[in-house]
Design a protein around this ligand. Structure first.
Ligand SMILES: Cc1cc2nc3c(=O)[nH]c(=O)nc-3n(C[C@H](O)[C@H](O)[C@H](O)COP(=O)(O)OP(=O)(O)OC[C@H]3O[C@@H](n4cnc5c(N)ncnc54)[C@H](O)[C@@H]3O)c2cc1C
Ligand code: FES
Length: 258
């Protein structure tokens, strides 16, 4: 598992309390792909104790990025990083989002800390038709990230307070989008668990496949501690989000036992 010291290249606020961290990526480590994540060790004193997981929001050449919400000790410390600072990273970890089925329109839905991996996927899928539809939700206009979106991606936004884009949740916007999108559709979601579940329920009602990227508190992030296990439906009863996920088929997740 590549574990190395990267260098901060840039660290900029992209929405209220959301930042994009760009950092160097060593050329002999595997190239991160959408859905995968890294862990960051913050501080040398052992506080906070656990390495923190973050999804990649981009990776190209010797550069990678993540978008993070400044919410607690670790992310407040990361928000203080300056270009040139050293950063202790491990990755890429976890499994990637699968390719959409041939001909299906990928509809990508992001809320909160789910923006990074969904954005990475949208920009990667923009190279092939049918082009992706990207739905980003936030509480208000201030929470919508100012980020690079490929021109071929059909971007739509939703805000709970109606201050920008569609007035309502991103799942309400998804419902409307599914009503007017012709042909086969495949959903990709990342965000808070209630949003993922609502997306799963909608996909089930429309009879379409959905992939969800799950967020669980992680200890080791390499499959050893079971700290990130979730309940599955069917024969396999548990899965470790860090090694068997974070991306799962939505019908495999036991939503009642999350
Ligand atoms: C696979 C995966 C991908 C993630 N991707 C992103 C991302 O792209 N951007 C982003 O902002 N956040 C992401 N997160 C969540 C991120 O790990 C937490 O925001 C971060 O750890 C908060 O740390 P803190 O010290 O600032 O906050 P704290 O105050 O310590 O915690 C705030 C919340 O963060 C979560 N958290 C805390 N420690 C961990 C941990 N060790 N593992 C997982 N979650 C934890 C818990 O929900 C907690 O309630 C991801 C989590 C996972 C599991
Ligand atoms: S965090 Fe230890 S097994 Fe996943």
């Amino acid at each position: 598992m590549p574990l190395f010291t990267a260098r901060v290249l840039a660290n900029q606020e992209v929405a209220h309390d959301y930042y994009q961290l760009d950092f160097s990526w060593i050329s002999d480590a595997p190239r991160p792909v959408p859905g995968q994540f890294l862990t960051v060790r913050v501080g040398s004193s052992g506080v906070p104790l656990l390495r923190r997981p973050f999804a990649f929001s981009d990776a190209a050449g010797e550069r990678a990025s993540m978008i993070y919400w400044r919410r607690g000790d670790a992310t407040r410390a990361i928000a203080g990083y300056q270009p040139g600072d050293a950063i202790d990273v491990m990755g890429p970890l976890g499994v990637a989002f699968p390719e959409p089925t041939d001909g299906a329109v990928p509809v990508l839905i992001a809320g909160g800390v789910g923006v990074g991996p969904i954005l990475f996927l949208a920009n990667a899928l923009a190279a092939r038709a049918p082009y992706p539809i990207l739905l980003i939700g936030a509480r208000s206009a201030q929470g919508l990230p100012r980020v690079r979106v490929d021109g071929r991606v059909q971007l739509r936004t939703a805000t709970d307070d109606g201050s920008a884009g569609y007035a309502g949740t991103v799942i309400d916007l998804l419902d409307r989008t599914l009503d007017i999108t012709a042909g086969d559709v495949e959903l990709y979601l990342c965000g808070p668990n209630p949003m993922l579940r609502a997306g799963h329920d909608l996909a089930a009602r429309h009879g379409i496949p959905a992939w969800v990227s799950m967020e669980q508190t992680m200890g080791c992030a390499v499959g050893a501690c079971m700290g990130c296990a979730i309940h599955l439906t069917g024969v396999e009863r548990y899965a470790r989000v860090c090694t068997e996920g974070p991306v799962f088929r939505s019908t495999d997740v036991d939503w009642e036992r999350l």
